[in-house]
Design a protein around this ligand. Structure first.
Ligand SMILES: [Zn+2]
Length: 109
């Protein structure tokens, strides 16, 4: 069994939307960040990446990358799920050949 623990913090600031779990919450401030700063979804992504020994969210979706500016974190979660699916498929293929690859190195295939 694999498990991961996710944790995230963003400061509350004026002029931003507050998004938690992909839901916009009416509030006078929002979370500051490069993406939509959805701390709940970020923590889930980190937990999934940790469970798969694939590093953390910053490794896969680095702040400063214009591709992720103000992006919905649900899209990052979907992209992360696709990476995990690819990883499971790769592991199955390795098992089929009797040489299951060790996966301790994050993100290395
Ligand atoms: Zn975050």
């Amino acid at each position: 069994m694999q498990f991961g623990i996710g944790f995230d913090i963003h400061p509350l600031v004026a002029g931003r939307k507050l998004v938690l779990g992909g839901v916009e919450i009416p509030f006078d401030r929002g979370l500051d960040g490069w993406s939509d700063a959805d701390v709940l979804t970020h923590a889930i992504i980190d937990a999934l990446l940790g469970a798969a020994a694939m590093g953390d969210i910053g490794m896969h979706f680095p702040p400063g990358n214009p591709e992720y500016k103000n992006i919905s974190s649900l899209k990052l979660l979907a992209g992360n799920q696709r990476q995990n699916d690819d990883r499971r498929l790769a592991n199955k293929q390795h098992r089929c050949h009797g040489h299951r690859r060790k996966t301790a190195s994050p993100g290395i295939y």
